[in-house]
Design a protein around this ligand. Structure first.
Ligand SMILES: C[S@@+](CC[C@H](N)C(=O)[O-])C[C@H]1O[C@@H](n2cnc3c(N)ncnc32)[C@H](O)[C@@H]1O
Length: 143
């Protein structure tokens, strides 16, 4: 179902419509997730960090403000438009990309990969997670 192109198009349309209010609808999951994720990421200064399913840039912009070099991908033009309009957005490399497809990025080029609130969009987590971490996170980042 989730790999059906019609389903994906409907999801993208939904996020395009949600984008204008996404940051203002008091989603309690964001408040629960953010502090834990930030502790887990540690000091990101100087790191190359990839934000997959970046949405309106919640994590990407915070990471850039901490001194990370951030690349952030999402397939919703509406969500990306909101992200790109925010202060600090010029420091982030936002790319419009459908993450069901191969990533348009060089192998082993990131220290950390972040993705927030996206499990509902994955058909099968272990193969996705393994593929991204093997191909895009530097080997020395696993210490
Ligand atoms: C719940 S939002 C999370 C946004 C952001 N990570 C956050 O934590 O605020 C899920 C995001 O996944 C994106 N998304 C869903 N399916 C996608 C796909 N196949 N490729 C790229 N982005 C996708 C949506 O456009 C949306 O921005």
């Amino acid at each position: 179902m989730k790999n059906d192109p019609n389903f994906a198009a409907a999801v993208r349309t939904g996020y395009d419509r949600w984008a204008a209010v996404y940051d203002h609808d008091d989603n309690p999951l964001q408040a629960l997730e953010e502090p834990a994720l930030r502790v887990r990421l540690g000091d990101v200064r100087g790191q190359a960090v990839l934000d997959l399913w970046c949405g309106t840039g919640r994590h990407a912009l915070w990471l850039a403000a901490q001194g990370a070099q951030v690349t952030a991908l999402d397939f919703s033009p509406g969500m990306l438009e909101q992200a790109r309009a925010k202060p600090g957005a010029a420091a982030v490399n936002f790319l419009c990309h459908d993450l069901r497809l191969a990533l348009p990025l060089a192998d082993a080029s990131f220290d950390q990969v972040v993705s927030g609130l996206v499990l509902e969009h994955l058909e099968d987590l272990p193969p996705c997670s393994a593929r991204w971490s093997a191909c895009y996170v530097r080997r020395d980042a696993y210490s």
